[in-house]
Write a protein that binds this ligand. Structure first.
Ligand SMILES: Cc1cc2nc3c(=O)[nH]c(=O)nc-3n(C[C@H](O)[C@H](O)[C@H](O)COP(=O)(O)OP(=O)(O)OC[C@H]3O[C@@H](n4cnc5c(N)ncnc54)[C@H](O)[C@@H]3O)c2cc1C
Length: 365
């Protein structure tokens, strides 16, 4: 899988990403044919059932190519894995194979215009009727808006505030009551549609019942946070390689830029950060699903995007003026590292998870 991801990056992503950006088109066919759409889905639906640490190697490779595309695959894969293990056999049968094969794409809708980090403040409502569930509300920052075929929508089932009644409902895109009226203009990744999803009594299938929706969402988000850390490591590794190659070939004041000690020390720090990020990510992936999982994941998700941003800025500095060229691969790295800091929970949210654990430990000392 790691080799397949590296080939996909070399032969498809690097060759075509400029065109995808210019056209503002999500590479649906290329993603579908990549063989990377079911790494965590079970074998019965055609998935690869990879362990999480194995999956992280795949996401690091993808992060070397394009972090936004990698992020969209992380989200799709989380949806594909959850749907294929759904208790509702009809849902699993209808969608499990198609999602794992990349014939259909999955999206995840938690955030709302007024509720991001504070996910418990969402107001989108799911209502149970005699013939199934309907969902009404307004979601924001939905990746693959209008492009994914099936969305996992996190919703309230009661009017009272709080998260004890939260459920997760699978909603098909192509039906009355589902629309994507707002698509954002962003700092980068024009090919990835992100925007609002409006739901007006849209029909859905229950994936996690009331009371279990937030837990289901958080366990999917923990996997996604690990993916994001691995994607950041890929971006970091690629930035470092671009800087090394340029510094090796560029001569200034009669010597290679690579031989200036000031540059070497900065590159050495970036290399240490990359090693640390990889160790944190692997450890987090190994601990997923255990009681220590969320904190291990928070350490990796907090550290790796920050380190990737520092590496992107350093590489840009090493390349001098050339790092500022729009068509240079490095040009979008800093924007992407900023994106990775925010998606699936900001750095501050990770610090809250880590700090809660520290407070618990302090009280036990
Ligand atoms: C490219 C991209 C793709 C996305 N895709 C999806 C998607 O597919 N589905 C989806 O549901 N969401 C998606 N999101 C939304 C993302 O999950 C949220 O942006 C993120 O959770 C942060 O929420 P927010 O932007 O509303 O920031 P806010 O919650 O408004 O936070 C604003 C600032 O305050 C800080 N802050 C908040 N609370 C605290 C606190 N208690 N202590 C200290 N600081 C705090 C935050 O860290 C942040 O710096 C996406 C976002 C981006 C950028």
């Amino acid at each position: 899988m790691q080799a397949a991801a590296a080939r996909f990056v070399r032969d498809v992503v690097r060759v075509l990403v400029g065109e995808w950006e210019r056209r503002g088109r999500y590479p649906r066919e290329e993603v579908g044919a990549s063989g990377l759409t079911g790494p965590f889905s079970p074998k019965e639906v055609g998935g690869l059932d990879l362990s999480y640490p194995q999956g992280m190697d795949v996401f690091e490779e993808l992060g070397r190519g394009d972090a936004a595309l990698a992020f969209s695959l992380s989200m799709h894969n989380a949806v594909a894995a959850a749907v294929s293990r759904a208790e509702d056999a009809g849902l699993a049968t209808a969608w499990g194979e198609r999602l794992a094969a990349g014939e259909a794409l999955g999206g995840f809708s938690l955030t709302e215009p007024h509720a991001g980090s504070d996910a418990g403040a969402i107001t989108t409502r799911a209502n149970e009727r005699a013939d199934g569930w309907t969902v009404s509300g307004r979601k924001a920052w939905v990746s693959l808006a209008g492009e994914a075929d099936l969305f996992l929508v996190v919703c309230k089932t009661r009017v009272e505030p709080g998260h004890r009644d939260i459920a997760m409902v699978a909603v098909e895109r192509d039906q009355p009551g589902v629309s994507f009226p707002v698509i954002y203009r962003k700092a980068a990744a024009d090919f990835l549609p992100i925007g609002e999803m409006h739901l007006d009594r849209a029909r859905g299938t229950l994936l996690a019942p009331p009371g279990q929706g937030m837990r289901a969402a958080l366990s999917a988000i923990d996997v996604a946070r690990c993916d994001v850390a691995a994607i950041a490591n890929g971006l970091h590794a690629e930035a470092l390689d671009l800087a090394l190659a340029y510094a090796r070939d560029r001569v200034a004041f009669g010597q290679r830029v690579l031989d200036f000690q000031g540059i070497q020390w900065a590159l050495a720090d970036a290399a240490t950060d990359l090693e640390a990020g990889r160790v944190l990510t692997r450890r987090a992936a190994e601990r997923l699903g255990t009681p220590g999982g969320p904190v291990a994941v928070a350490h990796a998700k907090r550290f790796c995007p920050d380190a990737a941003l520092r590496a992107a800025l350093l590489a840009s500095e090493v390349l001098g003026a050339y790092g500022w060229l729009r068509d240079h691969p490095l040009a979008r790295f800093a924007d992407y590292a900023k994106m990775l800091q925010v998606v699936d929970g900001t750095a501050e949210v990770q610090r809250i998870v880590i700090a809660r654990d520290l407070v618990r430990r302090a009280e036990e000392l």
